[in-house]
Design a binder for this molecule. Structure first.
Ligand code: UDP
Ligand code: MG
Length: 312
């Protein structure tokens, strides 16, 4: 039995060595083999240099895939899965917010409970700010209502699964990758376990509010076409409202005979309808943009160097 740990790294120079140490001590005495697949996602700090040091020292089997530039965590995970040779594969961050000891528990669950193919950790959110957790909750409510797949709120990318699941994930070669959705889409029986994220040991998080917002929109666009339906509904609703208003105006004119003065109403209506139209065009544009990018059929990442312990 072999376990592959897939670790995307972007500017994690101070963390990678500690991470490897933590892995070695966590799996010390386990009766299975393991390898670490590091992906250097075009880091601008000495991450790659440090990874090469780990590779040459070979304290444990290490592979390093280094990207030609920053392609994002999702691309890193994809590359890592391609290079993972284990029977079980685990996705884990390099910053030690997710403890390798938990992976050991996940492996145990897969070993003991063959009905499960995936063990996913979801985060206890007790320490999080109110605003952020409100937005996250709203996101999950919206996406679960809209898309055909159901996402477990708070489930992270921190998970361990069998090789068959890895093959299924790799078969989804879409350019815009949204892991949470992909995991839900491929299915398989998943065991959810809670975990508490530790503080980052060094470096800073790569997320900010704007990025999270964009990520959320990409997630919704990637796994649902319901927003397009929304445009249809809005169109029908405004058309019905217009017909009703038309009847009202005509009746007023015929029965009461008043002139309907309408500067303010006209301007408000023009702005409102203009807004709705632009909004709907925006929604369509999001999808067209995705089609455009996918149709170019570009690779998900470009690796400039691959170091494999098997070649050593
Ligand atoms: N990461 C990456 N490419 C990126 C951004 C992040 O490979 O463009 C990696 C990062 O090095 C870390 C993991 O993805 O190992 C999670 O990132 P981060 O810790 O910033 O996210 P958070 O834990 O704050 O959600
Ligand atoms: Mg982190």
């Amino acid at each position: 039995m072999k376990l592959s740990l897939v670790v995307p790294c972007y500017n994690e120079a101070e963390n990678v060595a500690n991470f490897q140490e933590a892995v070695i001590s966590a799996f010390d005495g386990c009766d299975y083999d393991y390898e670490i697949v590091f992906i250097d996602d075009g880091s601008k700090d000495p991450t790659l240099h440090n990874l090469k040091k780990l590779y040459h020292a070979q304290k444990c089997p290490v592979k390093v895939v280094s990207f030609s530039r920053n392609f994002g965590k999702e691309a890193g995970l994809y590359a890592g899965l391609q290079h993972a040779s284990g029977d079980y594969i685990s996705l884990i961050d390099a910053d030690l917010q997710q403890r390798p000891e938990i992976v050991r528990d996940m492996v145990k669950i897969l070993d003991e409970q063959p009905q499960y193919d995936v063990v996913a950790a979801y985060q206890d959110r007790r320490g999080e700010g109110k605003v952020l957790s409100f937005f996250k909750k709203s996101f999950y409510t919206i996406i679960n209502r809209m898309s055909d797949v159901t996402l477990h709120a708070d489930a992270s990318d921190f998970r361990t699964f069998r090789r068959s699941v890895r093959d299924s994930i790799l078969s989804m070669a879409e350019y815009h990758r949204f892991s949470k959705g992909i995991f839900a889409w491929v299915g398989y029986d998943t065991c959810f376990i809670p975990y508490t994220a530790c503080e980052r040991t060094a470096g800073t998080t790569k997320w900010n509010f704007r990025k999270l917002m964009n990520y959320a929109i990409d997630g919704i666009i990637g796994f649902s076409t319901k927003p397009l339906r929304l445009a249809t509904y809005l169109g029908v609703l405004t058309a019905i409202a217009a017909v009703i208003y038309l009847i009202v105006v005509v009746l007023q004119k015929l029965i009461v005979g008043i002139d309907v003065p309408g500067f303010a109403t006209s301007i408000v209506l023009i702005l409102l309808l203009g807004g709705i139209q632009l909004f709907c065009i925006g929604i369509i544009g999001e999808y067209v943009g995705k089609i455009f990018e996918q149709s170019k059929d570009r690779p998900i990442y470009i690796a400039k160097e691959i170091l494999d312990y098997n070649d050593k």
